[in-house]
Design a protein around this ligand. Structure first.
Ligand code: T46
Length: 136
């Protein structure tokens, strides 16, 4: 889907365990201004239901697994994040829903901007209208 991409991070694995470094602008395509993590989510809960106007984000499920539904006016896709070396980049104007969190799942998110509620579109009809204006 446009404005999204799967990233594979390099794992440093040895007999002592594993380590994955993520460097802003080198391993991911933006400067990181904020990180947050989502955890303790019950199996039947779906979160998200919004798009961002400007924000770039990298989602990494550092423990367990979670599914991400991505939507635009034209496309729909589901990406399963189930390994700590797999990242999902989501750029501007992509609707997202996070569901099917496994027991103990921890979803780490690197974001390009500080938290700003005015960057959110939390209604799909409004999203759809803005998407059409931007891309049609
Ligand atoms: C996204 C998906 C993947 C803050 O105070 N600061 C923050 O940086 C964030 C991200 C949230 N909050 C507050 C706002 C709400 O009162 O935390 C509460 C839960 O946020 P929200 O309902 O937006 O959470 P999700 O899981 O629906 O969405 C989050 C991000 O907000 C969003 O940017 O792309 O994760």
């Amino acid at each position: 889907m446009h404005n999204t991409a799967i990233f594979q991070f390099k794992e440093n694995r040895d007999k002592y365990g594993s380590l994955i470094p993520i460097e802003a602008s080198r391993d991911i395509p933006f400067e990181i201004k904020r990180i947050y993590y989502i955890y303790d989510v019950k199996k039947d809960v779906t979160r998200g239901f919004h798009s961002h106007r400007q924000l770039h984000q990298m989602l990494i499920c550092v423990n367990g697994s979670v599914s991400i539904r991505l939507k635009t006016n034209l496309e729909e896709d589901v990406v399963v994040l189930n390994a700590p070396n797999k990242g999902l980049y989501i750029g501007p104007m992509i609707w997202r829903e996070m569901f099917d969190f496994s027991e103990g799942a921890v979803l780490l998110v690197c974001a390009s901007e500080y938290y700003d509620e005015s960057d959110y579109i939390r209604n799909f009809d409004f999203y759809s209208e803005e998407y059409s204006k931007k891309y049609n």
